[in-house]
Design a protein around this ligand. Structure first.
Ligand code: GTP
Ligand code: MG
Length: 372
């Protein structure tokens, strides 16, 4: 499952946002909502295309794609050296697909700020620095290992050492691994390192409910707005996503029923809930696509990063399916919906057989063949 770790300084609204997200998911009827642990929540993605595939396939079960959100304790200065719950936190996010970095942009004297005052960019830099430092430690360990193995004369360690040195030099200058242009081979090696700064980031500026509408409309002039604009400029420069949300408001919205919620949003002049915008931003900024499986009683949507090849896409379903991948029979959701059945698609030759190098496209419906 596609997973996102919610990170940020303490007391910035991470858990408030997380609770709103998972509560909304729990309220969305007929989804097998589960909280694996109190801080892990699964949020289904609304999907019109899936509903239409469902009409064709008439499965017993229609399961939307979902994003797993992991809420982690706040990160403080020195976390990479073990301050606060730092190391524990860093371990948890190493396995995620992307980061949601929540940054406080709201003023509230009743909510203390670990750094004393409100400064969105400084806060972003503190967290980014901790991620960089943690990565430098990871790279240092890689370096030691690669140097040791270099004596075996294997080429791969030479290449690894060269990449590690380059990465360390860049990260030491404050450049995140996700912002480096690397050759394909190096890119593959880098993903093995599981660096925190190689994860894509979506910044969530936690603003006040009063200023949210203006900020979304692009003409904010209040105190939160300046912080948001500064953050947005940095996000744009590094190619990351950035949205404004009002976590507290989102939490309050979850206490209302559907009609009341819509009325409240209209009153505030906000087109849709922050949760909708968060999911949409994740899709756009993190460049995600959806594919579908229709085998047996369940028709289901899955999320993958754009550019994922068929075996790795299959691996999202089950690791056995990646290991034993043979080929996939593929057609587009649009074709399936138009033709009305798989059998018909096979008849007219729309169903294609694709191999290990096939790059899965948004909207593909796949029948995956694999050895166990
Ligand atoms: N005024 C205001 N207060 C907020 C907002 N979001 C969160 N808070 C308050 O800030 C405090 C901390 O919120 P949490 O969501 O627990 O913060 P956190 O980032 O999870 O904090 P840690 O788990 O300690 O790292 C709570 O008292 C919230 O009610 C907001 O948008 N506006
Ligand atoms: Mg929290």
């Amino acid at each position: 499952m596609y997973s996102m770790g919610i990170i940020g300084l303490p007391n910035v609204g991470k858990s408030t946002l997380f609770n709103a997200l998972t509560k909304a998911a729990a309220l969305a009827a007929n989804y097998p909502f589960c909280t694996i642990e109190p801080n892990i929540g699964i949020v289904p993605i609304p999907d019109q295309r899936l509903r239409e595939i469902g009409k064709v396939m008439q499965p017993e079960k229609l399961t939307p794609a979902a994003i797993e959100f992991i809420d982690i304790a706040g990160l403080v200065r020195g976390a990479s050296r073990g301050e606060g719950l730092g190391n524990q936190f860093l371990g948890r996010v190493r396995e995620v697909d992307a980061l949601v970095h929540v940054i406080r942009c709201f003023a509230d004297d009743n909510v203390s700020h670990v750094e004393g005052d409100l400064a969105a960019l400084r806060d972003r830099d503190i967290v980014q620095t901790e991620l960089l430092l943690a990565d430098l430690q990871t790279l240092e360990r890689r370096r030691e290992k690669a140097s040791r193995y270099l004596k075996t004369g294997e080429e791969r360690y030479k290449a690894e050492l060269k990449l590690v040195d380059y990465l360390m030099e860049q990260l030491n200058q404050g450049i995140a691994a996700r912002n480096l242009e690397l050759k394909e081979d190096d890119q593959a090696l880098l993903s093995e390192f599981r660096l925190l700064t190689s994860l894509p980031v979506l910044y969530c500026a936690n603003v006040s409910a009063e200023e949210l509408a203006d900020i979304i409309a692009g003409d904010g002039s209040g105190p939160c707005s300046r912080h948001y604009e500064e953050l947005k400029a940095v996000a744009d420069e590094e190619g990351s996503g950035c949205i404004a949300i009002a976590a507290q408001l989102e939490a309050e919205l979850q206490e209302l029923d559907d009609d009341e919620r819509q009325e409240f949003l209209t009153e505030l002049g906000i087109p849709n809930s922050g949760l909708d915008r968060l999911v949409r931003a994740a899709y756009q900024q993190l460049d995600l696509v959806t594919f579908y499986t229709v085998k047996g009683p369940e028709t289901r949507a899955w999320i993958i990063p754009r550019g994922t090849k068929a075996p790795q896409a299959a691996g999202r379903i089950h690791s056995d399916m990646e290991r034993g991948f043979i080929r996939a029979e593929v057609l587009s959701a649009a074709d399936l919906i138009e033709l009305g059945s798989f059998a018909r698609a096979r008849e007219v030759g729309t169903l294609r057989s694709e191999g290990k190098e096939y790059v899965v496209q948004d909207g593909d419906v796949m029948l995956i063949r694999f050895n166990v």
